[in-house]
Design a protein around this ligand. Structure first.
Ligand code: HEM
Ligand SMILES: *[C@@H]1O[C@H](CO)[C@@H](O)[C@H](O)[C@H]1NC(C)=O
Ligand SMILES: *[C@@H]1O[C@H](CO)[C@@H](O)[C@H](O)[C@H]1NC(C)=O
Ligand SMILES: *[C@@H]1O[C@H](CO)[C@@H](O)[C@H](O)[C@H]1NC(C)=O
Length: 303
């Protein structure tokens, strides 16, 4: 009796990890195929990136309504923005996991691999079923699940109970870190995001509060529970890389996206590859941003 139960558990556990491994392999192979398709296929035409029939097609986003008391929001500006525009339920609640991939993909032109992998990963962290269960946006803020310290726009969990809203001072610091005069079309370069010196010339303003390196150093100095696994660092950096790819680094759009969690009228993803932003392409940006971060060598480490 006992032995049978134990054996059944072991079998179930083995099956689960086998299928996790198989799923991961499946995503990797699929992603490589998408990278190859993107390499040879024509890009989508400007003005036609968001697919016909989806909210935002032709740059027409459904009405923006900021969250109201009782609405559920999270640390991710992209998901919050989708709720603020009613692409996801406006109250941010009872969202079936399986609705996320299609909507994330259509809204931001992330690849189907990314759009499937991340929500499934989220479901597994929360111990829920991707195919049957739902989530409230605030659920994804489980600390050190995916949510982590030293985010670009959120206070550490240690300082703030809720990760639902951006902290205006942090957003302002990020926006200031772009070199050159603020003007439409001005872009946030990858080296600025990483917090290293700008390579774009000496007469650009000094970088103030270069996001990642500074945020990590400051967070370490002020938060006794500061923690950052390499994984979390990597995730955070790849998140920031979304700003240089999906938003093309354009400060006017990024300002609206981060400060108001709104998609500007007329906006569409700057990624025009038909198969969207793949892990393959994304990793390259993520790694470049991560290697540009010189946290350890810039200034004394704070205990
Ligand atoms: C597919 C579903 C997605 C899930 C489950 C998800 C989840 C998360 C989570 C948990 C965080 C918080 C990390 C932290 O503590 O800093 C985060 C941050 C972020 N996400 Fe998402 N995300 C998703 C899609 C996207 C997409 C499509 C974008 C497109 C641009 C995006 C952009 C960002 C950015 C820029 C941040 C950083 C915010 C900051 O550092 O303050 N996310 N996301
Ligand atoms: C989401 O929030 C609603 C309303 O507060 C609640 O009834 C529901 O149980 C929550 N869903 C999950 C998955 O926690
Ligand atoms: C944002 O961060 C979470 C983990 O921090 C990750 O799962 C998600 O893929 C990231 N989103 C982007 C656009 O990189
Ligand atoms: C690269 O992409 C794979 C998925 O294809 C992901 O699991 C891995 O964490 C990424 N690596 C980096 C360094 O971003």
């Amino acid at each position: 009796m006992f032995l049978a139960t134990a054996l059944r558990r072991i079998a179930r556990g083995t099956l689960a990890s086998l299928s996790r491994g198989a799923f991961f392999a499946f995503i990797v192979v699929w992603d490589i195929a998408l990278v190859l398709v993107n390499l040879v296929a024509f890009k989508r035409k400007v003005g036609h990136v968001t697919p016909k029939g989806h909210p935002g097609a032709g740059g027409v986003w459904p009405e923006y309504i900021p969250p109201r008391a009782g609405d559920s929001r999270c640390a991710c500006p992209a998901l919050n923005a989708m709720s603020n525009h009613g692409i996801l339920p406006r109250n941010g609640r009872n969202i079936p996991f399986r609705e996320l991939p299609g909507k994330v993909r259509a809204t931001y032109n992330f690849s189907p691999t990314f759009s499937l992998f991340v929500p499934r990963y989220m479901a597994s962290i929360l111990g829920r079923s991707f195919s049957k269960d739902t989530l409230n946006l605030s659920d994804i803020d489980v600390h050190n699940g995916i949510e982590h310290d030293a985010s670009l726009t959120r206070e550490d969990t240690y300082h703030a109970k809720s990760q639902a809203l951006p902290l205006p001072a942090l957003v302002a610091a990020l926006l200031r870190s772009a070199t050159g005069p603020p003007q439409p079309g001005h872009t946030l370069a990858e080296d600025e995001l990483a917090g290293s010196e700008s390579k774009s010339g000496k007469d650009t303003p000094e970088l103030e509060g270069p996001p990642y390196a500074d945020r990590r150093r400051e967070a370490r100095a002020t938060n006794p529970q500061y923690s950052q696994s390499f994984n979390a660092k990597m995730f955070g950096t790849s998140n920031a890389s979304g700003l240089t790819t999906i938003f093309g680094g354009r400060m006017d759009d990024i300002r609206v996206f981060l400060a108001e969690e709104r998609l500007p009228a007329g906006w569409e993803s700057r990624v025009r590859e038909p198969m969207g932003l793949t892990f393959g392409a994304f990793n390259v940006t993520a790694i470049r941003v991560e290697l540009g971060i010189e946290e350890e060598v810039r200034g004394p480490a704070v205990p």
